[in-house]
Design a protein around this ligand. Structure first.
Ligand code: SF4
Length: 285
């Protein structure tokens, strides 16, 4: 008996190209810091990692058992040859824009500030968000929550938001009440210079579901105190460092932001050493 079998050829191996969103920086160690601004992935590549990146980016097929290859693919450092990154980005953007189930707001309760940083325009402003504007925000959130909103996230921003703590309190309490009544998952972030943080404010933040605080230190004490100063000209580094300890044993995650430029680029490593000395490096609550 004659048996006829159709045998499919092995599919062609997937080939990759370098992402157009890659950024590389050579570290003092000779390793390369790789950042992909589409996926937000960050990697340190040693000689072996650089060789694998160049191999894949040259159109050679990946080794599915090689964790470096898989990491480079997952981080979008290399993408399939046929993958259109710009179209992908447009789809992500439009999906987010027309999604009625999630809403993110950045709210400046004031643009006044207690600092006079030499690179900032916001220090000259005064005043707070008016009660009528606060009420409009609450009404808008209430309407969205009634129309099926599932997640709401707020970033408290400024100026310096701790100068308008009463506004943050009013809005947070209203947002929490509506969220709990309508089943919306609510959480917040705060961007603050950290100077006026105290134990009460940290306790308030926990109650108001502020999960992340971003606080700036612009290098070590000397370089920070040259640029991030009070209106009196006094430096702020030591007070901020003291206040950072208040977040220990709380559910609030703290990001330290460092604005790096030619004036302080050498002091960044000294800041990292200082944070380690103060027990503030890699703190897990
Ligand atoms: S703390 Fe922020 S808002 Fe205030 S002066 Fe400095 S950069 Fe500007």
């Amino acid at each position: 008996m004659l048996e006829l079998r159709v045998v499919s050829p092995d599919p062609a191996p997937q080939r990759y190209k370098p992402s157009r969103f890659n950024h590389f920086h050579t570290l003092p160690s000779g390793e390369r810091l790789a950042y992909n601004s589409l996926s937000n992935a960050l990697a340190v590549l040693d000689q072996g990692g650089i060789a694998r990146y160049q191999y894949l980016a040259g159109g050679n097929p990946p080794d599915e058992n090689n964790p470096i290859d898989q990491g480079l693919i997952e981080g979008f450092f290399v993408v399939p040859e046929s993958f259109d990154e710009i179209s992908y980005l447009k789809v992500l953007h439009l999906k987010r824009r027309f999604d009625n189930t999630e809403w993110s707001l950045t709210i400046a309760p004031t643009i006044a500030c207690n600092f006079a940083c030499d690179y900032c325009f916001q220090r000259h402003h005064h005043g707070k968000m008016a009660p009528a504007v606060q009420q409009k925000l609450v009404d808008l959130f209430n309407a969205k929550a009634s129309a099926g909103l599932k997640r709401f996230s707020v970033t408290w921003y400024g100026g310096e938001p701790t100068l308008a703590w009463d506004v943050i309190q009013n809005l947070s309490e209203a947002f929490l009440k509506i969220s709990d009544e309508k089943g919306v998952d609510y959480q917040a972030t705060i961007v603050t210079n950290g100077y006026l943080i105290d134990e009460k404010k940290v306790a308030d933040m926990v109650r108001w579901r502020i999960r992340l605080a971003q606080i700036t230190l612009d290098g070590d004490e000397a370089s920070h105190d040259q640029r991030r100063i009070l209106h009196s000209g006094k430096g702020t580094f030591s007070q901020i460092l003291h206040n950072l300890q208040l977040f220990r044993d709380t559910p609030i995650f703290v990001h330290i932001r460092v604005n790096v430029d030619n004036r302080n680029k050498e002091e960044v490593y000294a800041l990292l050493d200082r944070m380690t000395q103060e027990g503030l490096a890699k703190v897990e609550n």
